[in-house]
Design a protein around this ligand. Structure first.
Ligand code: PEP
Ligand code: MN
Length: 352
């Protein structure tokens, strides 16, 4: 239920309404936009008549949120959610490009990749240290050692880091190192993990599950938001279909659908959604044209020898070309890529 306050309502009136909402056994989520204050009354609201709040001083109107996801819905929060990430904003006019290898493999691999993607125009660095692999015998990630390498790469380049968390047991460690917690497709419905992340204030990149509907993705986001963490980005990373020419099928539709249903920023992962270097740039361009707020792209200095996802990883030069094209599409859309911040010294020239 949304209690929309009058434009001239006072802080005391807002406080008074909040007390009534709590007294009704509901939890309160306050949304103070530029034009409107909305008090979200979240919980079992179906038995509570709207007029219980309608008569209170300062209340303009009470509306029920009809969608099953409440805090994630655009009904509840009409303006786009914009939140800062180490020097730039996610969800506003600027388009973020997160890039880096599937897995952190060594200090030199991640630092060199970080320098190269920054030079090409990336705004954040990705790299997995806990890897969800189909086979238990495949490389599982470097764990804390990998986080230390990521921290070094951040120190060298200033790029904020994005890494996947697979379990609650990794939470304390991860929040010490990363700027964004990535929740992978396979964990989209790990509700205990989502709840635990909801209690942190670390921004989250929540990936859509392999066979999850858009509504299920939004319900998963709701778990994190309900815990009090409002900094959630949604990521379309391709879904399972009958098509076998590509690793997954990019659901481009998901971008405008999500932008319509939710105020949360929407990111596209053209690497996992296509599974092949030859298709990544085309789908990245399409994503920005469709209204995405950013991209997350796998880049590796030597894809042929990557320990995971080499087939879909761009070499830095090809990534740089992609960024230029995406920047042009962004302009057409009245947006711009996050500009490269600061100066840095490339550590090494030339790639394997
Ligand atoms: C990844 O980003 O490397 C990854 C494992 O992604 P997803 O969870 O989308 O499969
Ligand atoms: Mn990967």
């Amino acid at each position: 239920m949304m209690i929309i306050m009058k434009a001239n309502s006072t802080p005391q009136q807002v406080e008074h309404v909040i007390e009534h909402v709590k007294a009704a056994g509901l939890s309160v989520h306050l949304s103070q936009g530029i034009e409107q204050t909305i008090i979200g009354a979240i919980g079992e609201t179906h038995n509570i008549p709207a007029d219980r709040f309608e008569g209170l001083d300062g209340v303009e109107i009470v509306q029920r949120i009809t969608q099953p996801f409440k805090l994630a819905s655009r009904q509840f929060h009409p303006e786009n959610s914009i939140f800062p990430l180490d020097g730039f904003n996610i969800g506003g006019e600027e388009i973020a490009v997160i890039a880096g290898p599937c897995s952190v493999e060594s200090r030199s691999q991640i630092v060199e990749t970080a320098v190269a993607v920054k030079e090409a125009g990336a705004s954040a660095l990705r790299g997995g240290v806990f890897k969800p692999r189909t086979s238990p015998y495949a490389f599982q990630g470097l764990g804390e050692e990998g986080l230390e390498y990521l921290a070094e790469a951040r120190a060298q380049t200033g790029l904020p880091i994005v890494a996947e968390i697979m379990s609650q047991t990794q939470l304390d460690l991860m929040v010490k190192y990363v700027d964004v917690l990535q929740v992978g497709a396979r964990n989209m419905q790990n509700f205990n993990l989502l709840r635990a992340i909801g209690e942190t204030q670390t921004p989250v990149l929540l990936k859509r599950g392999l066979s999850a509907t858009i509504e299920e993705l939004l319900m998963s986001a709701e778990y994190i938001l309900a815990g009090g963490n409002r900094q959630v980005m949604l990521c379309e990373r391709g879904i399972r279909t009958f098509e076998t020419s590509t690793r997954n099928t990019t659901d481009i539709n998901a971008i405008p659908v999500l932008k319509n249903l939710t105020h949360l920023p929407v990111i596209l992962d053209p690497s996992h959604s296509t599974g092949h270097v030859d298709y990544v740039a085309a789908v990245a361009r399409a994503a920005i044209a469709a209204g995405a707020d950013g991209l997350i792209v796998e880049v590796h200095p030597d894809p042929a020898h990557a320990v995971s996802d080499g087939k879909q990883s761009l070499r830095p030069e090809r990534f740089a070309e992609m960024v230029k094209q995406v920047g042009q599409i962004a302009q057409v859309m009245g947006r711009r890529l996050v500009s490269v911040r600061g100066e840095y010294q490339p550590l090494k020239q030339g790639w394997a």
